[in-house]
Ligand binder design. Structure first.
Ligand code: ADP
Ligand code: MG
Length: 144
């Protein structure tokens, strides 16, 4: 079973992905780690304060990985760009804005980055993109 866990930063992807992997006896895959180790990015954006990922490279890397191991939970906000034919379940984590702001501040992100991440949650970016890509989406709220 291939499960992807997407969602905006600090909404609870890693927490949920690890929990599901344990429960369903699947391998947990830290996609951000894969991106760094395999240089699946194009450059570092100072403006966005993050690596700009080459999603084409990432997709083909993940497809190869899935072809070898079909019992995985993939943790990243970029996994929903995968073609739904490779994916059995797409989980999107969401979080209440007040709680999310607290979590982002804890990460010591800049004011701009916090603002941008909150805007992404307000505009439901990950859920919208996942639905547009054709995934069967399951929402998990990680706040009260
Ligand atoms: N269900 C939850 N209830 C309470 N706190 C949570 C929950 N899920 C995540 N958190 C907290 O929110 C923060 C961000 O979670 P994390 O799983 O790292 O998010 P992401 O991987 O999406 O960036 C962590 O401090 C984590 O402990
Ligand atoms: Mg994470």
């Amino acid at each position: 079973m291939v499960i992807i866990v997407s969602g905006n930063p600090a909404t609870g992807k890693t927490t949920i992905a690890k929990k599901i992997a344990k429960e369903k006896k699947l391998e947990y895959i830290d996609v951000n780690d894969l991106i760094k180790k395999n240089r699946l990015y194009s450059y570092y954006s100072k403006k966005d304060e993050s690596l700009v990922v080459d999603t084409k490279k990432l997709n083909s890397f993940l497809i190869k990985l899935i072809n070898k191991n079909k019992d995985v939970v993939l943790d990243s906000h970029l996994t929903h760009y995968l073609n739904p034919k490779y994916v059995d379940m797409c989980i999107i984590t969401i979080c209440d804005l007040k709680e999310l702001k607290k979590r982002l501040e804890k990460r010591k992100y800049s004011k701009e980055k916090i603002r941008n991440n909150l805007d992404c949650e307000i505009f439901d970016v990950c859920r919208t993109e996942a639905l547009e890509a054709g995934h069967k989406v399951k929402i998990i709220k990680t706040s009260k």
